[in-house]
Design a binder for this molecule. Sequence first.
Ligand code: 13P
Length: 287
Amino acid sequence: MLVSAKEMLTKAKAGKYAVGQFNINNLEWTKAILLTAQELNSPVILGVSEGAGKYMTGYKTVVGMVNGMLEELNITVPVALHLDHGSYEGCLKCVEAGFSSIMFDGSHYPIDENVEKTKELVKIANDKGMSIEAEVGSIGGEEDGVIGRGECADPNECKAIADLGVTMLAAGIGNIHGKYPDNWEGLSFETLDAVQKLTGDMPLVLHGGTGIPEDMIKKAISLGVAKINVNTECQLAFADATRKYIEEGKDQQGKGFDPRKLLAPGFEAIKATVKEKMELFGSVGKA
Ligand code: 13P
């Protein structure tokens, strides 16, 4: 059964480790992430962007697929199904469809409007026993066609949003989605420290988990980050493995590639990436 992310993140913040949010794009990714979490006895959050939700033919299909896998694969570790960077309308749709967690990304609104909309969604999520993530200070880079510059959040604005009763808070600290440019200045630990001081026990979320050096990941966790989002790294691993398989030209025999065999190396590559991240984030054995 899907669970809210609240308990797993409260435990992670107290235990100084982070739960990975791995984005899903299709059946193979979803199965690979769930099986790895179960093998490592780790809690996990499945992230679904609005674009990925559409690709997978809608949120109801995603809920059906994930619930089916939880049952058929005998997954017993805590799993949350979470809307990533949701619009207000997207959040309502996911509540309706049976997600267990939502993110409302109001970071592009003026702070008053972000507060108002977040407040309404907090009430809806609370009533349903779901967890809700809010964002202050936009995360840079490109995700599903949305481009942000990677700013540092204002710690007082973070406190204002945290006080609305959200479950977890994503604060921009110079992180960006996708690969980091060579001239990237690194995470702003000064901002993170200030945000944590004002928001206390609130689990903080680090987006753009691909390509952040290990020491920075560990320092971020020591300063209150309890959830780390990873997408691009899985994408690169999946693409590389699939490309290699095609280049090796295996399995053609006059009828093209067997679709199941074609995606098997990518599936294994996602499993390996998720394992590596769970070990780095410290969530292994914490289910
Ligand atoms: P990356 O694609 O950089 O791993 O970031 C993922 C993310 O933050 C999803 O919200």
